[in-house]
Write a protein that binds this ligand. Structure first.
Ligand SMILES: [Zn+2]
Length: 129
């Protein structure tokens, strides 16, 4: 907790604001998720986060008990953890973390391709933002 954050090796996702390491690329279960801000990843495990008290939320996949997940260093909201899932077909999500890609930063050599894709996207229309 606090400043003594855990460090991860390899391809790593960090908090966009304070660069605390959050999760490893290899722990991504799916990139096909949507958070409140847009695209999100489903991780099997994350580090350096704090979870709020579980609450009921109605998501597109049903009513779930979820915990808001925040960066343990800067308290930025990152997404949520699926605590209890009502629908049996969605139960694989229990204990998994939905982290919104807008709040993460790809570490290591990903910097280069990341900034290149940013340059490309500047040429596109952005009606929604
Ligand atoms: Zn942070």
């Amino acid at each position: 907790m606090g400043k003594f954050a855990e460090y991860l090796d390899g391809k790593v996702y960090s908090c966009k604001h304070c660069r605390t390491n959050l999760a490893r690329h290899q722990d991504i279960m799916s990139k096909q998720y949507e958070g409140t801000s847009g695209p999100a990843y489903l991780f099997t495990s994350v580090v350096n986060v704090k979870c709020q008290e579980p609450r009921l939320a109605v998501l597109w996949s049903g009513q779930h008990s979820i915990s808001a997940v925040q960066c343990s260093t800067c308290s930025t909201d990152l997404g949520w953890k699926y605590v209890r899932v009502s629908s049996p077909s969605q139960r694989f999500k229990e204990g998994k973390f939905l982290i919104e890609s807008a709040y993460t930063f790809k570490e290591n050599r990903w910097h280069l391709s990341y900034s290149r894709s940013l340059l490309k996207s500047q040429g596109k229309d952005k009606l929604k933002t």
